[in-house]
Design a protein around this ligand. Structure first.
Ligand code: CO
Length: 297
């Protein structure tokens, strides 16, 4: 009687242990996945230019209505400046990922809102890889590529960008899209895009502030064609400091001043590529790929 009673107790205890043990063993790590999105822009210190980023945020929210979306700026110089001048706190990609880990996100798709895969994107990739799978934080991170990162992207943008040019531009007037440019090998996407664009419209050019092609490479071509009027448009997500000063500013060395001095009639468009829904759709397509990749991780 006593024997069988203690046997029953032992059995009951063993059963309880079998039920409890897996829960202890897992330490809660078998939680259901929590997916999130981190949008990473270079950032801008020009408040009016943020309409581009707001538009991108709206389109991403529309594409991912059930997923939390967070932001980071990859440029430390911008983050520090807006903290000082506007008391605005936008985290770095590292700070944003650390916070998402603490907030219980298990899977995060990081979308680069840069234009080409240059230094900013390679830094972002290293940061995301460093945070991928660190203990008690995000277990899986995937990365969405910049606007122009493949031949397919170049072909797609060569169809999309000409349609963003104002309707009153005539075919015999030139358009120059002004990109940032870099010494990084990723600069190749600017002349790459230019080649695709020229097949669509031979009077559309791509120039850069800090890389190749420069404005000096384009001016002789405009003169050889007898072009009289030039439209300048940013090939940057926002119409920030570079667009307002280097492209359209009143200083002698702005593209507007240089072209005017060279005898061209110059029109400027102060809109970032993030303001055009057709361009934003390209970033959203890259994000959809990155988000889908989380399922196979
Ligand atoms: Co710059």
């Amino acid at each position: 009687m006593i024997r069988s009673r203690s046997l029953r107790l032992i059995l009951a205890a063993a059963l309880t242990l079998t039920i409890i043990c897996p829960a202890f063993a897992g330490h809660g790590e078998v939680e259901s996945p929590k997916k999130g999105i981190l949008l990473v822009a270079f950032g801008t210190s020009v408040p009016e230019a943020r309409v581009s980023l707001e538009n991108i945020g709206e389109k991403v929210a529309k594409a991912f209505p059930d997923t939390e979306i967070r932001w980071a700026y990859s440029a430390a110089i911008i983050r520090n400046k807006i903290k000082r001048t506007e008391n605005m706190n936008v985290p770095s990609p590292a700070a944003a990922l650390a916070q998402m880990g603490d907030d219980g996100f298990t899977h995060v798709a990081v979308q680069s809102l840069h234009t080409i895969p240059g230094q900013e994107f390679s830094d972002l990739t290293k940061t995301a890889k460093a945070f991928d799978g660190i203990p008690k934080s995000i277990s899986h991170i995937s990365i969405g590529t910049p606007l122009l990162t493949s031949p397919h992207d170049l072909a797609a943008m060569a169809k999309v960008l000409p349609a963003t040019v104002p309707a009153d531009r005539k075919k015999n007037e030139a358009v120059i899209f002004m990109g940032h440019g870099t010494h990084d090998p990723g600069n190749i996407y600017y002349p790459g895009l230019a080649t695709y664009l020229q097949e669509e419209d031979s009077n559309i050019y791509v120039g850069t502030v800090e890389g190749y092609p420069a404005l000096d490479n384009i001016i002789p071509k405009l003169k050889a064609k007898g072009i009289k009027k030039v439209w300048l448009m940013p090939l940057m997500s926002v119409a920030g400091d570079h667009a307002r000063n280097d492209m359209a500013g009143p200083e002698d060395d702005s593209w507007k001043s240089i072209l005017t001095k060279e005898g061209f009639n110059v029109k400027t468009v102060l809109k970032g590529t993030g303001e055009y829904d057709t361009v934003v759709a390209q970033w959203v397509a890259h994000l959809k790929e990155a988000f889908k990749a989380l399922d196979s991780m």
